[in-house]
Design a protein around this ligand. Structure first.
Ligand code: NAP
Ligand code: GLV
Length: 309
């Protein structure tokens, strides 16, 4: 069985080595050395060029490098009769929770104000805020959101969540559906976006939704850049409606030279590495799905094409 690997941003040779070590019988090929297109039965991809996946007539499984699949579904011609699997990995999940906690605490413990005071040589005691007085709102209560929520609760924060379907999670004030988005946003001192990027969620962090947050709120986007309308976020920061933002993902990646986010005093930029897929951690689940394919067992971590995630 031949597996094609394509990614513009992952260390593909490391991925090939990790997969070959677990499955020496697999014929692992790195794009553009594809060989006979008809021999490719599995494709491990990230942001494939439009038409690539359609060009394999005997494709039986598409596998994403990561948890998100928007970069694959962006190609309108992907073969939708072929199952698409994504990554669900405990290490990646913990990595995302670390990222969320780090930046929630950055806001909660007033790190930016203290750094400014240090730069000015100013010793100023800042009154602490009880975490129980802060409401952290998580948009997207799936694998990543629900794990982060538990750890935030453990630190004593109040947690609210917003998802498509109704959730009942102990200690979390849960909202769902478009009709309850406003009620959710009005509570959030920190808004954490962990949604998949779909037609329904594109541009969801915009002038209207930002205006519904309490004044002084903080935004953390670790999902996809397409969730944010950049100019609207900049306006909310510059008008002092928001106290700050941490952004890991951008409409254009890498973030272009000169983009205002780079130098904005209220913005923290990280280079889309909130939570990475690591070959040693993720290769086993990819090989497991290939074995399932070979033995006729159900493929795991399937994407639902109708939901788009
Ligand atoms: P997931 O398990 O599929 O969870 C997605 C959550 O979003 C679910 O709770 C879902 O609601 C909710 N949702 C989807 N569409 C919605 C809508 N229209 N309205 C309200 N809620 C909606 O995904 P995940 O594994 O947690 O990953 C989330 C995203 O994180 C990925 O898609 C990826 O883009 C991003 N990510 C980023 C990084 C990084 O390094 N920056 C790393 C990994 C992942 P239901 O529960 O009701 O279905
Ligand atoms: C990273 O962005 C992922 O979707 O896993």
């Amino acid at each position: 069985m031949a597996l094609l690997i394509y990614s513009p941003s992952h260390p593909v040779a490391d991925w090939a080595a990790a997969i070959r070590a677990l499955a020496p019988d697999l014929d692992v090929r790195l794009w553009p050395e594809v060989g006979d297109l008809a021999e490719i039965e599995v494709a491990l991809v990230w942001k494939p060029p439009a038409g690539l996946l359609q060009s394999f007539p005997n494709l039986k499984l598409m596998q994403s490098f990561g948890a998100g699949v928007d970069g694959i579904l962006a190609d309108p011609n992907i073969p939708r009769h072929v199952p698409l699997a994504r990554v669900v990995d405990g290490n990646l999940t913990v990595g995302m929770t670390e990222y969320v906690l780090l930046h929630v605490l950055h806001f909660h413990r007033q790190v930016a104000a203290m750094q400014q005071n240090q730069r000015n040589g100013k010793w100023q005691w800042l009154p602490p805020v009880d975490p129980g007085q802060r409401i952290i709102g998580i948009m997207g209560m799936g694998t990543l959101g629900s794990h982060a929520a538990q750890k935030l609760l453990g630190l004593g924060f109040q947690v609210a969540s917003w998802s498509r379907g109704l959730k009942a999670i102990d200690g979390v004030t849960s909202f769902h559906g478009d009709e309850h988005l406003e009620g959710f946003l009005r509570l959030c001192n920190v808004l954490v976006c962990l949604l998949p990027l779909t037609p329904q969620t594109r541009g969801i962090i915009c002038r209207r939704t930002l205006s519904l947050l309490p004044r002084g709120a903080y935004v953390i986007n670790a999902a996809r850049g397409g969730h944010v309308v950049d100019d609207d976020l900049l306006h909310a920061l510059d008008s002092d409606w928001l106290s700050g933002a941490t952004l890991d993902v951008f409409n254009e990646e890498p973030l272009r030279d000169g983009h205002p986010f780079w130098t904005h005093p209220k913005v923290t930029v990280t280079p889309h590495n909130a939570a990475d897929s690591i070959p040693a951690h993720v290769a086993p689940q990819i090989v497991d799905n290939i074995r399932r394919l070979q033995t006729g067992q159900p493929i795991l971590r399937l994407v639902d094409y109708t939901r788009g995630y």
